[in-house]
Design a protein around this ligand. Structure first.
Ligand SMILES: N[C@@H](CCC(=O)N[C@@H](CS)C(=O)NCC(=O)O)C(=O)O
Length: 366
């Protein structure tokens, strides 16, 4: 029996970067195996039912999919030094930033990957080719990578990236890198000298895409050197375990990101929750589809359409549940954090039909 964990993923994959950096930080013995066509066909798809990474194989042979569930399951198995802060303010900040990084920061990550073909295309098609068919010749990998990356390349409009919103996504990304850079000038991780769950989630877009892809690599090195150093730190075994900041402090340098999350991401997330609830009412007992039509969103004052990505509910219901189930004293701490973010940053929104993952699919939780 294999007595270490196996991460099936890829260097170019957003959510593999999240799980990899978590495994490294937690010092969990693991090997990484590329999610090639062979691995998908022989091992992953027969169990999971579809092509999706990352997947973690536990030493007792179970396959876990979904980066958040992987981390949660490993947190239960390795309960010392948890990556979820115990303080109410820090815990809520971590869950909010995690959802924002998972669902929203992925959009500029996708745009900067595919929106600059003159810089990135040759590199990316070879990356996709070598991931899917590691033993082919370089020429064949490039040809294969070109055709086999179309599914993700063509997703920009489904994420709301269009000619009208590109300037807004660029402006926000520059701000985001500025906020993160200012933060990491002062702190090694988001909440102190040890990473929290949101640090790992930010590694997805920041390492998997922005740090590795040629165009954004130059941008991030030029404009956000402290983010570069954080990325590299996150992929290294730390010298010590570190600690979250004392007194449950959420640094002020995180507030602009949290405010942005409430302004532009949370409205989309709440609308998603309503769309999912309506769908569940009409389809009892069925797994929730990945997409449910389209809805409007606004970025930098420009309104556009995007697909309703139902997985967003899974992430936003976590901070909502943490807030709504908090005892009075914790709730008061959370309220003081929310009011320091901005005047309209409430978490009273009701999730009528919570969801969970069962057999690798999103289903109604009750
Ligand atoms: N919610 C999932 C998202 C995973 C995901 O989107 N993985 C990408 C690679 S980074 C993928 O395999 N996508 C296949 C697809 O979208 O069809 C997770 O956190 O694991």
């Amino acid at each position: 029996m294999i007595d270490i964990y196996t991460l099936y993923g890829a260097q170019i994959s957003n959510y593999s970067a999240k799980v990899r950096s978590y495994l490294i930080y937690r010092n969990i013995p693991f090997q990484e195996v590329v999610a090639s066509n062979y691995v998908y066909d022989k091992l992953l798809v027969p169990t999971i039912g579809f092509r999706m990474m990352p997947v973690v194989r536990t030493p007792d042979g179970r396959l876990l999919q979904d980066s958040t569930e992987i981390i949660d399951s490993l947190e239960m198995h390795f309960p010392n030094a948890p990556v979820y802060p115990s303080g109410a303010r820090q815990r809520l900040a971590a869950l909010l930033l995690e959802a924002y990084a998972h669902d929203w920061v992925r959009i500029p990550a996708m745009y900067y990957r595919w929106g600059f073909p003159e810089y990135n295309h040759e590199y990316l098609i070879r990356e996709f080719g070598r991931m899917y068919e590691p033993t082919l010749s370089l020429e064949s990998q490039a040809a294969l990578g070109d055709s086999s990356s179309a599914w993700t390349r063509d997703r920009l409009p489904a994420l709301g990236v269009t000619k009208r919103t590109i300037p807004q996504f660029e402006a926000w990304t520059e701000k985001l890198l500025g906020w993160l850079n200012a933060h990491f000038d002062r702190y090694p991780y988001l909440l102190g000298t040890k990473p929290c769950t949101a640090d790992f989630t930010f590694m997805g877009p920041l390492y998997g895409h922005l740090y590795r892809d040629p165009y954004s690599h130059a941008l991030i090195k030029r404009s956000a050197p402290s983010v570069v150093r954080w990325v590299e730190r996150m992929n290294s075994v730390p010298a010590s375990e570190g600690a979250f900041l004392p007194d449950d402090e959420v640094p002020a340098s995180l507030l602009p990101m949290l405010l942005h999350a409430f302004e532009e991401y949370v409205p989309v997330a709440y609308d998603t929750v309503e769309r999912v609830a309506a769908w569940i009412e009409g389809h009892p007992g069925e797994p929730v589809p990945r997409f449910l039509g389209t809805h409007k969103f606004t970025i930098g004052g420009v309104t556009e359409d995007r697909n309703v990505w139902t997985c967003i509910q899974f992430m936003i219901q976590r901070p909502l549940a943490a807030y709504q189930s908090a005892k009075d004293a914790d709730r008061a701490e959370m309220d003081s954090l929310l009011s320091s973010i901005g005047p309209n940053c409430g978490l009273d929104f009701r999730v009528a039909r919570p969801v969970k993952r069962e057999h690798y699919k999103l289903v109604a939780a009750s």
